[in-house]
Design a binder for this molecule. Structure first.
Ligand SMILES: *[C@@H]1O[C@H](CO)[C@@H](O)[C@H](O)[C@H]1NC(C)=O
Ligand SMILES: *[C@@H]1O[C@H](CO)[C@@H](O)[C@H](O)[C@H]1NC(C)=O
Ligand SMILES: *[C@@H]1O[C@H](CO)[C@@H](O)[C@H](O)[C@H]1NC(C)=O
Ligand SMILES: *[C@@H]1O[C@H](CO)[C@@H](O)[C@H](O)[C@H]1NC(C)=O
Length: 401
């Protein structure tokens, strides 16, 4: 949403200036109150001709015109109003809403204006998002341009790919391979934004996920997760998660690239940035969830590895509440895997003790007014984990009667 306005503000400004010019010039409205439109405040015209300027001054001077509020025929009362209205021109619901806001503007007149704006847009040949993306991609791909062009091109692409249609066009325009190539750029900022764009484009988008996987983006992004530039590591992990979430092919590739060890290293090392650790444990929860929902899927031995399980359980002792909560979600999912063993959770990971400590801590938090709701939520999740855990334990420790 923000993307469109930001990428097109310059164009709208040109468009609006042009509309103003033609209204004041009297060539646009063809008898339908050109003067009154001007009374609405279109004085920011870029009209260059002397005659236009003179006429403009005349209108500005005429107090009578300003007092004609009752005759207001839908001329734009402000730049903003016009911008809003113009943008809304293709959406009937928004059109209606705007129509209600504009005093005495009949739908017929609105429709007429709508057609006029549409005509203007076509005459101005406003570039489409695809064209804007092409320009950005060409700039990014042109090594003879100074680096600020590359930075700007990446910022524009970052905004444009928020929209799924644009993300889907990226590969067709040659953008994905150029962006993946930029993951090797010596400038960490370029690498960071490139990873970010890939993450945005892949987010809940199986088409783009597949394309990035086929272009070999995953292995590169996984290496970047280890970067000593914090922001690069964060954005790379964000992109890795977006790339393999709900994507079994991506997940196979992730394990083949020893993604399991990557996660284990992050989860077991408390010196690593907290946001990276939170994101990693959420990724574990997602990966397990995906296994739980997929039938006939090959087992992933990593998830029943006792050292891995212990590093997840240990996160519940973190001082970071968010990390604790995310760890609980991961534990809840891991407990539901057939391949994990209840006794490993109990004896090797000390899950009983961990849940008990959490409970005490949460009870203390509940005493704090501003933390009460949060603590209640986490406690209910903790309780759920406890029930699943004990259910799983009972199955293996029941004494036959
Ligand atoms: C606009 O103003 C001009 C001169 O002031 C006048 O001749 C013309 O009739 C006006 N047009 C409309 C539509 O009011
Ligand atoms: C790259 O940019 C330079 C400088 O603006 C320009 O002259 C050249 O045509 C561009 N190359 C391509 C392939 O667009
Ligand atoms: C990038 O530039 C190279 C040559 O400099 C060209 O072969 C390639 O097609 C370009 N890629 C895109 C997507 O424009
Ligand atoms: C833990 O992470 C820190 C910071 O990234 C790193 O310097 C250290 O080598 C890591 N420790 C282990 C045991 O991997």
């Amino acid at each position: 949403m923000g993307s469109r306005s930001r990428s097109s503000v310059a164009i709208w400004t040109v468009l609006l200036a042009w509309v103003g010019m033609t209204i004041i010039g009297g060539e646009m409205t063809k008898g339908e109150g050109a003067n009154k439109s001007a009374s609405g405040g279109l004085f920011w015209s870029t009209a260059k001709e002397e005659g236009d300027l003179a006429r403009k001054a005349e209108v500005e001077d005429s107090t009578e015109v300003f007092n004609q509020k009752d005759d207001f025929d839908g001329g734009f009362s402000s730049l903003d109003g016009m911008l809003q209205w113009s943008i809304g021109h293709s959406d009937p619901a928004k059109l209606k809403e705007t129509a209600e806001n504009v005093q005495r503007l009949s739908p017929d007149k609105l429709k007429k204006r709508q057609m006029e704006i549409k005509e203007l847009v076509e005459r101005l040949k406003m570039p489409s998002d695809a064209q804007l993306m092409q320009i950005a991609i060409d700039d990014l791909n042109n090594s003879s341009l100074p680096s600020e062009y590359h930075h700007r091109a990446l910022q524009e692409l970052l905004i444009l790919v928020e929209q799924i249609d644009n993300a889907n066009d990226l590969h067709k325009l040659g953008g994905l391979s150029v962006i993946i190539r930029e993951l090797n750029n010596p400038d960490p900022e370029i690498r960071t934004t490139s990873a970010w764009i890939l993450g945005e484009a892949c987010q809940n988008n199986p088409v783009v996920q597949k394309q990035v996987l086929e272009l070999g983006g995953l292995a590169k992004l996984m290496k970047m997760v280890k970067s000593s530039f914090l922001e690069e590591a964060r954005k790379a992990l964000y992109a890795v998660s977006a790339l393999i979430r709900n994507n079994l092919d991506g997940q196979e590739l992730f394990y083949a690239e020893t993604g399991d060890l990557m996660l284990q290293d992050i989860l077991s090392n408390s010196s690593i940035d907290i946001r990276i650790r939170r994101k990693s444990v959420s990724l574990v929860a997602d990966l397990v969830e995906c296994r739980l929902q997929t039938r006939n899927i090959a087992e992933q031995p990593f998830f029943s590895n006792r050292f891995f399980l212990r590093s997840v359980v240990d996160l519940t002792a973190s001082t970071d509440l968010d990390l604790q909560e995310k760890a609980l979600v991961a534990i809840k999912n891991l407990l539901q895997l057939k391949t994990t063993e209840a006794l490993v959770f109990k004896d090797f990971c000390g899950l009983d003790g961990a849940l008990h400590r959490m409970r005490q801590q949460l009870q203390q938090l509940m005493a704090e007014e501003y933390l009460r709701d949060y603590a209640l939520d986490v406690e209910s999740l903790r309780r759920e984990v406890e029930l699943i855990f004990h259910g799983k334990l009972e199955k293996v420790t029941q004494v036959p009667t």
